[in-house]
Design a protein around this ligand. Structure first.
Ligand code: UTP
Length: 297
């Protein structure tokens, strides 16, 4: 019987330099795709996967994230008095029950590995999920739910993986599989033999990239404590993960769905378009505008 994944960690302490000036005073995770901040998509994805506890590792802009996941009595009261039931539901439905959300401050943005290590005391010695809100995934089944289903079969550590273009390998952690396959079909679970951070295209062992969804065993905190700063002077989560391969089961799930890098301006705009086009209410208007614009250019 596998120990249930009850807690999700959301590292939101990055500087978001690729998205300046929008991220000067606001964390990039609060950028909205259509009408919802990225961090709310991530939290709802975790809720849909059965997660009960939510840990945010914050940096700047902590209060705006805290306020978003709290009740807003003044706003709620006004909406109630005006009979705006739908708007009330939109600001209330996703707020977790009291006592289920915790915040800790990273203090210095020393890398994703450091951010995850900051959550150690709040997670305890049990498996947990990590979601990077700037990786937004449009899928039929929420990506983390796909991973939890796979975890219930194989246990251990699971990362979400997708194929990337060879020239892009230097932007990701790249895995090699135990049976050396170079391509995986959506929904396939493969055993991981190796993991390297941001290899150059000609040195990359494969094109299978890890993206921002993880189910990890608590031993990762021990490995992180031993991890010295790697690429870019940051404490890399990839280095700690690589140190766990061979010690406990380690799989990659080629999730079903389309992933958008919303930490990047073009990726963020594509996400807005894809999510808007998928919506019944605004999709037709957006499609018409895009169609006309493309015809006239
Ligand atoms: P990124 O690699 O996108 O870095 O972080 P960044 O600083 O946020 O953004 P850029 O590259 O300067 O534009 C990946 C994830 O890790 C978190 C970020 O918030 C993001 O969700 N992170 C990164 C931290 O929480 N702390 C860090 O020190 C670094």
């Amino acid at each position: 019987m596998k120990q249930k994944v009850r807690t999700a960690v959301f590292p939101v302490g990055g500087l978001g330099t690729r998205f300046l000036p929008a991220t000067k005073a606001m964390p990039k995770e609060m950028l909205p795709v259509v009408d919802k901040p990225l961090i709310q998509y991530a939290l709802e994805e975790a809720q849909a996967a059965g997660i009960e506890n939510f840990v945010f590792v914050t940096g700047r802009g902590k209060t705006v994230i805290e306020d978003h996941f709290d009740h807003s009595y003044e706003l709620e009261d006004t909406l109630r008095r005006r009979g705006k039931e739908k708007a009330l539901e939109q600001i209330d439905a996703f707020v977790p029950p009291a006592g289920r959300v915790a915040y800790t401050r990273q203090m210095h943005p020393l890398g994703l590995g450091h951010a995850v290590a900051c959550a150690a005391g709040l997670v305890g010695r049990e498996p947990f999920a990590v979601l990077l809100a700037d990786d937004l995934i449009l899928s039929r089944t929420p990506c983390l739910k796909q991973m939890v289903d796979a975890y219930e079969e194989v246990g251990g550590n699971i990362v979400a993986a997708m194929e990337v273009a060879r020239e892009d390998t230097q932007r990701y952690g790249i895995i090699t599989t135990t049976d050396g396959v170079a391509a995986v079909a959506a929904g396939e679970l493969v055993s991981v033999a190796g993991l390297v951070e941001k290899p150059a295209p000609d040195a990359s062992p494969s094109r299978l990239a890890v993206i921002g969804r993880y189910i990890l065993q608590p031993e990762v905190f021990d490995r992180l404590a031993e991890t010295v700063p790697g690429a870019g002077g940051e404490i890399q989560l990839t280095d700690a993960l690589a140190a766990m391969i061979g010690r406990s089961p380690f799989h990659a799930l080629a999730f079903e769905g389309e992933r958008f890098d919303c930490g990047d301006k073009a990726g963020f705009l594509c996400a807005n378009l894809a999510f808007a086009l998928a919506r019944k209410d605004i999709g037709p208007a957006v499609a018409e505008f895009v169609g006309q614009r493309l015809m006239s250019s």
